[in-house]
Design a binder for this molecule. Sequence first.
Ligand code: SF4
Ligand code: SF4
Length: 386
Amino acid sequence: MEKYAEQIHRCFRCGWCKFTSDYLDLNCPSYKRFRFDTFSTSGRLWLTYAWLRGELEWSEHLAEILYSCTTCKNCVEQCPMGFADDIVDWIVGARSDMVEKGKIPPRVAHFFEAIHGYGNPLKLLRSDRGAWANGTKRYEPGDEYLFYVGCLGSYDENAQKMAMSLAELLNEAGVSFGILGSEENCCGNEVYMLGEIGLFQVLAETNSQKFKELSVKKIVTLSPHAYNTMKNTYPGFGANFEVYHYTQLLYDLIKKKKVKLSQNKAKVTYQDPCFLGRYNKIYDEPRRILQSIPGIELVEMERNREDSFCCGGGSGNFIMDLLAGGEDSPSRVRVRDAYETGADTLAVACPSCMTMFVDAIKAENLDAKLTVRDISQIVKESLASR
Ligand code: SF4
Ligand code: SF4
């Protein structure tokens, strides 16, 4: 931390990334939610620095400030400084230090306990992990793709519908694939972002070993979170697989006319998931899928692509929800952004965004005016064969 002291001091005096380019709104979801400087990027980094230098006593409030960062990378995208790429690593580093010292907020501790005990953050039975699948077969060596469903896709009612839609589309296109069902385990992306690096290592190594035993060569993920960690972090633990987010594979199948589309009239706006967009620069494929469907009108929210505003679910907050409550919770802000476009459908490509927005639409009383749908669901409803 000593070598970063000058940079963090500059950051604390800066604040450039706090605002949108027209200064009309706040960029950092936790700053937007809580409105105290300690919850902004620079305020949090100042606390991070003081904590790691031993200048601050631990308190649950301090820990919650560090943990209310959704690791959305909006600040990284906006920051003009040479150290921008280190910002999230510094925050994860401070969290890791708190984990090592056993000083974490109860909701974070519960998250880790659930992953340890159940392999998912919802504390649901491992044996039920594939219960959604309804005939989707288990992966066998020789299948082209392992469909990695993830925790929300396996257990959450709305995310399960995404998994079902994608499985149906892959079958329709004749893709050879299978799932792991009850043998699937948490990918660990959130565990890593929350600073439990030891547990992450166990998950990354166990999953990679399982995939190797099954001769997996290609993985397609439902979640951008799983895509991010399997593509970018697992290779550091010896993994060597081709990893795709489902929107990449689906767009390819549409281009090759293996998925044929017919008229589906809707006005749609699209939420860029942080772990697909800012982390992996996948902005075009989801939009091109939507634009391939006759009758769909795609309209953009004012903040889109690298400027997109996080749904508030990152870094385990789709379960812990440290940013919940009140009209400034990020998911409610974003639902209002979507509604202002005049769209009738808010399209997502991430199970976390799905769960966050389903609740936010209810909280905003917009149920009758705006529907959240995953891109896989929209495509399934647009199949020419239906
Ligand atoms: S992260 Fe970058 S842009 Fe944001 S306050 Fe710090 S130095 Fe300024
Ligand atoms: S990563 Fe996102 S939530 Fe975290 S400090 Fe930066 S803008 Fe705020």
